[in-house]
Design a protein around this ligand. Structure first.
Ligand SMILES: O=c1ccn([C@H]2C[C@H](O)[C@@H](CO)O2)c(=O)[nH]1
Ligand SMILES: [Zn+2]
Length: 132
């Protein structure tokens, strides 16, 4: 099994945990931090539709809880024809814990479909440095 296949397997596992009785749209996210730790998340919906949380938000919360704050790479996976790219809110969430090296891998269950830098995913972004 190749290195990339292992990440896909892990992200598929995260996706399979999604709690999505309303949208039926499963998303999984797996973060590898610069320190080599791994954190996963899935989307979690609820009856008050706008209060659901994205897979990326879950993985980021787990990462911060685990004591890490710098993302080396993040795998995001969903099904369907279209690329499942992080929503606007999650682009900002990922941006908070990114460097210019951070990679965002857009995946389907079959593999990585596209890899983007943070700057490609959210150009001209507002980040922690703006508050210095
Ligand atoms: O990158 C994305 C895009 C969508 N969703 C979730 C939110 C909602 O639960 C469902 C449909 O929008 O997918 C994510 O978790 N991450
Ligand atoms: Zn999102």
């Amino acid at each position: 099994m190749s290195h990339s296949e292992q990440w896909i397997t892990l992200t598929k596992k995260a996706m399979s945990k999604a709690y999505v009785p309303y949208s039926h749209f499963q998303v999984g996210a797996v973060i590898e931090t610069e320190t080599g730790n791994i954190f996963s998340g899935c989307n979690v919906e609820n009856a008050s539709y706008p209060e659901g949380t994205c897979a990326e938000a879950g993985a980021i919360a787990a990462m911060v809880m685990g004591g890490d704050t710098l993302i080396k790479q993040i795998y995001v996976m969903g099904k369907g024809e279209q690329l499942v790219t992080p929503c606007g809110g999650c682009r900002q969430r990922i941006r908070e814990f990114s460097s210019s090296e951070t990679l965002i891998h857009i995946c389907s269950p079959e593999g990585v479909r596209k890899t983007l830098t943070m700057n490609e995913l959210l150009p001209y972004s507002f980040g922690p440095d703006n508050l210095k």
